[in-house]
Structures are given as structure tokens and as C-alpha cells.
Ligand binder design. Sequence first.
Ligand code: ZN
Length: 344
Amino acid sequence: MLPLLPTTIAGSLPKPSWLAEPEKLWAPWKLEGEALAEGKRDAVRLVLALQEKAGIDIVSDGEQTRRHFVNGYMEKLEGIDFQNLKTVRIRNRYDANVPRVVGPVARPKPVHSDDARFLRAATMRAIKFTLPGPMTMVDTLFDEHYGSREKLAFAFAEILNQEARELAALGVDVVQFDEPAFNVYFDEVRDWGIAALERARAGVTCKTAGHICYGYGIEANIVWKKSLGNEWRQYEQTFPLLAKSSIDQVSLECANSRVPIGLIALLEGKDVLVGAIDVATKRVETPEDVAKVIREALKHVPRDRLYPCTNCGMVPLPREVAAGKLAALGAGAALVRAELVSGS
Ligand code: ZN
């Protein structure tokens, strides 16, 4: 049974320095072969202990078993060339070296089944597993085969659907699809993005979530955010569409952002994972900082629909900073929980 205001995290956590270079996206592994496999399992044990100690109710593997939230999945698929990368503009705002789609994409075998089995056996808590969303996958590569972002997105959605069904069957409680691209390509979100996401979640027997954010605290995103004006109203376009979709939960950025908090009321009927931890700063929130965000959110979302969460993944942060932020999240949620119980 989950408590009132169950806490969870958006996705990634920093990796130990013996596993991968710290504070770096897509950092290469420092181990190989069986030592790498063992190292990943040990890293998962560490992030589980950290989350449990911090009072996180729905825990994840912190993405310790993959190098990147999109490429970590795509590198296990056929039809994608990771040898000869191509520099392209992604999310409409920065250049990145991305893999190329050179043929039909296919999944030769389950990507995360073993990871999910290990995670399920390693904790008594509810578990979440994150996967990249179809539109964000399309936006993180160079297509030389499909000639249509929509067609490629649906090819990925088929693959993700098989994966998500398997994860649910292995006892995963929440499968989350990460769609930061939903905050950029509004016409495509309306025309086929939501439909591709629904294809990915069709028939999945556990809860499904969509995560839409303003990205990691990297320089390109900080510059982009400065260009968005005093009020960030991007969610106003996507939330009504998500509210009508079959997705159960929506994870969004809130802490320290210029998102007008009232926009979360557009997600009526959905669980709302409110970002109460800013991942773009090394400053560690106090429990009271977290509690303030939750109290504001409670004005717009029923208490049994609200899940205190992080704004985004924390992989680029120093480990001790991420640990402090997790502890603040757990403690801040506990403060508001106590207020609700004593007041009701
Ligand atoms: Zn994010």
C-alpha cells in the first residue's frame, strides 16, 4: 500500500565513479564483461538503498544499467548504426552526435527484462522502470531509412510496447515513457505524438506514465529556458491532449521553474508527478522548499492524485548532491503528509 503523497523520481541518478565518469551524460563505462555486469548490479543496490533511506516510495534503478536514457535503449536495437555518428540539431536547440537509422528497426531480444527481474528481487517497494518515448527516440537520431518521423515513431512504439508489456509481467508497477520532445514539437505531438505514445502503452497491465520536462541542467537547456519568457506555458498545449489519453500518470517540471502551477489542473483524472526538486542546480533543497511546492500543487490536484517527484533525471549531478535532494524530497513530502493527516 502506498502512503498519501507517494514519492518517486523522474528517472536517472548519478553513477558511482568506479562505474562511469561522474557528472557526464552518455559517459563510457569504466568496466567491461562480467565485471561491468556485476558493477551495474552493485550500483543498482546502492541507489536502492539511497532511495529507501530517503523515503522514496516508488523506486527505480536510477538508470544505472544504461549509458543514456535514449541511446542506452537504442543501442540494443537492430537497424541503427552507432559506429558512424552524425551531428544533428536535436530538440530544436543543440547539436549532438547521434546514431543513424540505416534499416528497419527491430528488437532482437528483450532489452531490460533481466534488469527488471533484478530490481524486482532487490527491493520490497513499488518499482518504476523508465523507457524513452517514441518521439524522443526519433528526435535523438538521424533517419536514412524511413523518411518520416511519424512512421519511425510508430516502429519504435511497437518495440516499446513489447518491452513495456514484458516489464509489467515481471512485476514492474509503473512503466514511464520519457518524452522531453513533447515540450518542443507541439504540432507533431497533436498530429501523431500522443497516438504513438498510446500505441506504446496499449495493453500494458501496470500503470503507465509520461515524463515531459525542460531537460537536464546542461548549458544548452539553460540558454533555451532563458528564451522562454516569464511564464513557461508549453504544457498548456500538451496537457489537455494527455488528459484525454490512456496514460495514467504525467511527470512534469515544477520546482524553481516558470511553469504556472495552475496548468496542472489541465491533467484532470491523471496522477500528477509534480517536480519538487530542481535538477539544474547543485543547491540542495530544504524539506520546507519541497513542502511549499507540494502545498501549491495541492490547490490544483486532488491529494490522492499527487506524487512528489524530481523535475527530471539527476545523472549529471554530483552523487552527494543527488543524495541530499532525494532526502529533501522524502522529508518534504513527509511534512505535508503530516499536515494533511492532522488537518483531516
Ligand atoms: Zn526530463
